[in-house]
Ligand binder design. Structure first.
Ligand SMILES: NC(=O)c1ccc[n+]([C@@H]2O[C@H](COP(=O)([O-])OP(=O)(O)OC[C@H]3O[C@@H](n4cnc5c(N)ncnc54)[C@H](OP(=O)(O)O)[C@@H]3O)[C@@H](O)[C@H]2O)c1
Length: 236
C-alpha cells in the first residue's frame, strides 16, 4: 500500500522516530528524515540499513518556517514529492504549578509543538492537496485532553498542536488529504510494560503500536478517517 510513497518523518532521531522509520521502510516507503543535525539523520539511516536512493535528509530547526520549507524542498527534490508527514518532534517540561510558571517555559513548549507543527503543515499540505492525496499524523498527549497538574506549558502546547491538526483536517476534507492524531500517555521505549510490569506502566504504549496505527492511517483504507484522535493509551 505504501509502496513508493514518500514519507517525511520529523523527529526521526527520537525515541519513536527510529521505530517509525524502520516500520515504514519495511512497508516499502521512501523516507525523508528531518531533524536538526545531518550527522544524526545519517546515523539513523545507516543503523536501519536504508539504501541511499530510498531516503533523503532534511536538516532544519522546524521552529523556523524558512528552514522547514527548505528541508521539505530538499526531500522533494531528491525523492520527487512528499506524500505523508509524520510529525514526531518531541520535547517536554513540567513540574511547575501555573502560579509559578515562567513565561519562557511556555514559549519554549509553544515553539516546539505549535510552531513546528504549523511550519511543517504550511510547507507540505498545499502540494498534497494539489496531488489529490496526502496523510498527516502526529502524537497527541493525555495532558492535552484533560488538565493535569504541573503540566500546563506542555499541555497548552500539545493542545495547540492538536487543535491545529484537527482544524487542518476540517479544511482539507474531501481533497484526498487527511490529518489525524494518535493519543498516548507515555511511550514505552524499553517495553517495560512487558519486561517489568507495574500498575504505572500498564497503560504505556510501545513505539511499535504507534507505528502500526500510523501505517493504518496512511493506508488508502483509512481515507475516511480524518480529524480523529485514535486513543492508544488504554483509556479511550
Ligand atoms: N515520549 C513520550 O512518552 C511521549 C508521550 C506523549 C506524547 N509524545 C509525543 O510523541 C512524539 C515523539 O516523542 P519522542 O519521545 O519520540 O520525542 P524525542 O525522543 O524527545 O525526540 C525528539 C525529536 O524531535 C526532534 N526535534 C526537537 N526539536 C526540534 C526542532 N526544533 N526542529 C526539528 N526537530 C526537532 C529531535 O531531533 P534532533 O535529533 O535534531 O534533536 C528528535 O528527533 C512527540 O510529538 C511527543 O510530544 C511523547
Amino acid at each position: 500500500m505504501l509502496h513508493e510513497r514518500v514519507v517525511l518523518v520529523t523527529g526521526a532521531t527520537g525515541v519513536l522516530g527510529r521505530v517509525v522509520v524502520a516500520r515504514f521502510a519495511a512497508a516499502g516507503a521512501r523516507l525523508g528524515l528531518v531533524g536538526t543535525h545531518l550527522d544524526r539523520l545519517t546515523e539513523v539511516a545507516r543503523d536501519l540499513g536504508l539504501d541511499a536512493d530510498r531516503w533523503a535528509p532534511g536538516t532544519a530547526d522546524l521552529r523556523d518556517d524558512g528552514e522547514a520549507r527548505a528541508a521539505v524542498k530538499s526531500v522533494a527534490d531528491r525523492l520527487g514529492r512528499v506524500d505523508v508527514v509524520l510529525h514526531l518532534v518531541g520535547g517536554w517540561t513540567g513540574g511547575t504549578a501555573v502560579v509559578d510558571l515562567d513565561p519562557a517555559e511556555l514559549r519554549t513548549m509553544l515553539d516546539q509543538h505549535l510552531w513546528t507543527t504549523l511550519n511543517i503543515i504550511q510547507a507540505t499540505v498545499p502540494a498534497m492537496i494539489a496531488a489529490g492525496w496526502g496523510r498527516i499524523a502526529a502524537v497527541g498527549s493525555r495532558p492535552a485532553l484533560e488538565a493535569v497538574p504541573k503540566s500546563a506549558a506542555y499541555a497548552v502546547a500539545k493542545t495547540a498542536e492538536d487543535t491545529l491538526l484537527r482544524t487542518v483536517a476540517r479544511e482539507v476534507a474531501g481533497t484526498g488529504v487527511t490529518a489525524n492524531l494518535v493519543t498516548v500517555g507515555t511511550i514505552d521505549e524499553k517495553h517495560e510494560r512487558e519486561s517489568a510490569p507495574t500498575l504505572k506502566n500498564a497503560t504505556w504504549t510501545t513505539p511499535e503500536e504507534i507505528a502500526a496505527a500510523f501505517l493504518f492511517l496512511c493506508s488508502d483504507e483509512a481515507a475516511a478517517m480524518n480529524g480523529a484522535r485514535l486513543p492508544l493509551d488504554h483509556k479511550g
